[in-house]
Ligand binder design. Sequence first.
Ligand SMILES: NC(=O)c1ccc[n+]([C@@H]2O[C@H](COP(=O)([O-])OP(=O)(O)OC[C@H]3O[C@@H](n4cnc5c(N)ncnc54)[C@H](OP(=O)(O)O)[C@@H]3O)[C@@H](O)[C@H]2O)c1
Length: 238
Amino acid sequence: MTKNVLIIGGGSGIGKKLLEQYKKKYNVFATYRNSKPKLNGINLFKLDIGRLNEIKKFINWLLKKKTKIDYVLLIAANTGTNFKIVGSHDRNIFLKGLSAKQFEFYLRINCINPIILFEHLIKKQILTKEAKAIFFSSLAGSIELRGKMLHNQTGGNILYRVSKSALNSAIKNISYDLSKTKMIIVALHPGWVRTKSGGKSADLSIVYSAKKIYELIFKLNPKHNGKFLNYEGKEIKW
Ligand SMILES: NC(=O)c1ccc[n+]([C@@H]2O[C@H](COP(=O)([O-])OP(=O)(O)OC[C@H]3O[C@@H](n4cnc5c(N)ncnc54)[C@H](OP(=O)(O)O)[C@@H]3O)[C@@H](O)[C@H]2O)c1
């Protein structure tokens, strides 16, 4: 039977490419925020993940579809590229005058609300018993690797890093809560990818990253539950 995939954040970047890929062989349900994907045969919902009332409406919309989701990809994130929304980049850097409002915003978009959405999916039994949940994290959220990467010395967007570390912590915790089920939850680093957030000098094309992620998700098994993986399936230290 054709599997059902849910993509949160399929409007642009890596999410859009994965949506195009999954559409070929899966039934796809996807959310977008600004740019609506121009593809036929996809169930689309406009969702700002920062708004709990929209998440509630989205869950009701999914319930009406009477579908069980096999794979859920939580990709949408505040990557700090939209300054009109997130404010000056300086307010994300320690000792430059951190903004509490921006800090809260990063945590809400990148950790709190995706986790709440995921809890709804489970509690409302929208996921299959063997569902795979893939949360898009980042190497930037690895505490162990802090300072060990070239681009990762002093300064930089501490709010983004902390929000991804918080997400990682939530994923590790939830993996224990799910350990008596057959569900799999992982944190995934998609690579340094040439998107709006990754920039032009990044290592990987969107096509390559999406292809590797697509192959990896297919191969995920219960041994991967609670792991932090990169796009090639290699384990990353938390
Ligand atoms: N690219 C990289 O090198 C890299 C590296 C490590 C981790 N990642 C992670 O990989 C994921 C995808 O990254 P990307 O490079 O494709 O990023 P991107 O090009 O900046 O896209 C971010 C996506 O998140 C959506 N989004 C942002 N805020 C949202 C909100 N409040 N509600 C709903 N959707 C929202 C955007 O929608 P709109 O288009 O509508 O704004 C867009 O689809 C992210 O989780 C990112 O943190 C990327």
